[in-house]
Design a protein around this ligand. Structure first.
Ligand code: PLP
Length: 403
């Protein structure tokens, strides 16, 4: 079975490049060159050297023994939270900035919602001495001020987008507009396995380092050749596909992708695209999409900013359709509870996004000897405000007493 994109840029009926004509030369330049660059020995050496010495890879695989006892199985955590800048997003931005350099570009643009991809992009721009412009919705700028300040400290220009809902969708439109006006010197770093072909395939290949490392780590730690399950959260789907990639052809490995249920599928306040969406076009590709009857994109909701997206990468729509990956979802409260469980059992504060993958553990009946890998896509520092609210709501912190 071949899970790679076809030469037209499709995964079955999903994918493609639905873009304005003015953007075509930029996308074509990338499509014509990305595989050549990725396969070039010099590129590979530079990419892997930066992943090792700058990002801190390989990220550890950790046997979570107390969490394993709780769920009565063997749980291993793939620690993307320990990467430089605290999430998996840096794997992709390191790779794409090296591609931008090889294409002779000097100016980098990016879109960001919560600011995580913006920070990862601003970081590699500082590293490479490139000009960096990050488009961000005005509403998100107000909600995510620490990340805005981090980007500015890194030397990026943060452009406030005041059109539409002033969130990620509008920031993306603005980035596309900028790229059309600056076709010669500018490269657009997209942050997940979304967008027109070749971005979904490019980001998939760059993030596949996650499962490449798992191959030897699982064997070394568990003694088993392959894990029985791999579980990861999905917004656009880059940490999930990176975690699944090298196991797609191995039917014995069950793959579970976890979307954000928000306040519940029935509530309408959700980001669970596979359950509530149907095929449509968003950000240049055909994929599952949350939309109204007349095709207007529905505003998604999740407590976790990284999963709060109305679409999903086209490769996931395909893997869902052919039933290679199981798509599940958990709600805000289940994710919060799972985040506290991991923190109290293992001393690891996960990102709220990753907590969705952890919350899914309670929904399956594993065998005691199963090897279950959960990808911890990021660390929880950025989510402290939500965690503090949860503690107050549940008078959770019994360790602190007033005398
Ligand atoms: C951005 C983000 C996600 C969601 O993005 P994917 O492309 O679906 O991986 C998940 N976890 C963290 C920590 C993030 O920053």
């Amino acid at each position: 079975m071949n899970y790679n994109v076809d030469e037209r840029g499709y995964y079955g009926e999903f994918g493609g490049a639905f873009i304005p004509e003015m953007m075509y030369p930029n996308v074509k330049e990338l499509a014509d060159n990305y595989l050549k660059i990725l396969n070039d020995k010099k590129f590979k050496d530079e990419f892997h050297s930066l992943l090792k010495h700058y990002v801190g890879r390989p990220s550890p695989l950790f046997f979570a023994s107390r969490l394993s006892s709780f769920h009565n199985t063997k749980i291993f955590l793939k620690r993307e939270d320990l990467n430089h800048t605290g999430a998996h997003k840096i794997n992709n931005t390191v790779g794409q900035i090296l591609i931008a350099k090889r294409l002779g570009k000097s100016r980098i643009i990016a879109e960001t919602g919560a600011g995580q991809h913006g920070v990862a992009t601003a970081t590699v721009c500082a590293l490479m001495g490139m000009k960096c412009i990050v488009f961000m919705g005005q509403a998100d700028i107000e909600r995510q001020s620490p990340n805005v300040l981090r980007m500015k400290m890194l030397g990026a220009e943060v452009v406030a987008v005041t059109s539409g809902n002033k969130t990620l969708k509008d920031a993306t439109n603005e980035a596309i507009r900028d790229w059309i006006s600056n076709p010669v010197d500018t490269y657009y770093i997209i942050g997940s396995v979304v967008g027109p072909h070749p971005y979904p395939d490019l980001v998939t290949r760059l993030q596949s380092v996650i499962s490449e490392e798992m191959k030897f780590q699982v064997k070394e730690l568990s003694g088993k050749e392959n894990p029985d399950y791999i579980i990861a959260c999905v917004g656009g789907g880059s940490n999930a596909i990176g975690s699944f990639y090298h196991y797609l052809n191995n039917k014995h490995v069950k793959l579970i992708a976890v979307e954000a249920g928000g306040k519940g599928i029935e509530s309408g306040e959700t980001a669970a695209t596979m359950v509530t969406g149907r095929p449509g076009i968003i950000h240049g590709s055909r994929t599952m999409l949350m939309q109204t009857d007349d095709g207007q994109i529905t505003e998604p909701y999740s407590i976790s900013a990284g999963l709060d997206y109305p679409g999903i990468g086209p490769i996931h729509s395909y893997l869902h359709k052919i039933k290679r990956v199981i798509f599940d979802n958990v709600n805000d409260d289940e994710a919060l509870e799972a985040a506290f469980r991991l923190t109290r059992l293992e001393g690891i504060v996960p990102a709220l996004e990753s907590a969705h993958a952890l919350a899914c553990l309670g929904k399956y009946q594993f065998h005691k000897e199963d090897v279950v890998v959960v990808t911890i896509s990021g660390r929880g520092d950025k989510d402290m405000a939500a965690y503090i609210k949860y503690m107050e709501r549940n008078s959770f912190d019994k360790s602190e007493k007033t005398i």
